[in-house]
Design a protein around this ligand. Structure first.
Ligand SMILES: *[C@@H]1O[C@H](CO)[C@@H](O)[C@H](O)[C@H]1NC(C)=O
Ligand SMILES: *[C@@H]1O[C@H](CO)[C@@H](O)[C@H](O)[C@H]1NC(C)=O
Ligand SMILES: *[C@@H]1O[C@H](CO)[C@@H](O)[C@H](O)[C@H]1NC(C)=O
Length: 120
């Protein structure tokens, strides 16, 4: 009886972990081609604040930057998985030379994202 309960709990735990993983919100815009290169990579890490939603804009190439390449793909990888943050494409992106991403946390959660921009 006890063993059966334990097995049921483990099975439930595995299922819950799978569900949590599947909620992780990696976002991808566009398609990366064979000859594309990594133009930019940045890590966005912010601590959680009580009752606050944290949002960050990631800009490439930035106000004084110049990027001669056309962007083909923008990737936002969420390292925090189940904490419900998300990324939105605000400006530019694939077929442009610049991009602005808006990354938002869930209330009471921080952010840990990697943003990558590819192009050629
Ligand atoms: C998100 O991207 C990371 C790095 O590429 C990968 O390890 C992870 O499995 C991805 N998660 C999902 C839900 O696609
Ligand atoms: C952010 O995620 C990276 C990759 O998973 C990890 O190495 C790092 O420790 C994390 N940082 C924080 C502050 O959680
Ligand atoms: C991208 O560049 C165009 C001009 O090439 C400019 O008009 C636009 O405001 C820029 N957008 C961003 C997000 O920097």
């Amino acid at each position: 009886m006890k063993a059966r309960t334990t097995i049921a709990l483990i099975a439930f735990g595995v299922l819950a972990a799978l569900v949590a993983t599947s909620i992780a919100t990696n976002s991808t815009w566009g398609q990366r081609g064979r000859y594309d290169r990594l133009l930019y990579r940045t890590q966005v890490v912010k601590k959680s604040e009580l009752w606050r939603v944290i949002s960050v804009d990631v800009e490439f190439p930035g106000k004084n930057g110049y990027n001669p390449y056309y962007i083909t793909q923008v990737v936002a990888i969420d390292h925090k998985r189940k904490d419900g943050g998300y990324a939105q494409l605000r400006k530019g992106g694939p077929n442009y030379r610049n991009v602005t991403l808006h990354i938002k946390s869930d209330r009471n959660h921080g952010l840990n994202y990697t943003v990558e921009v590819f192009g050629n």
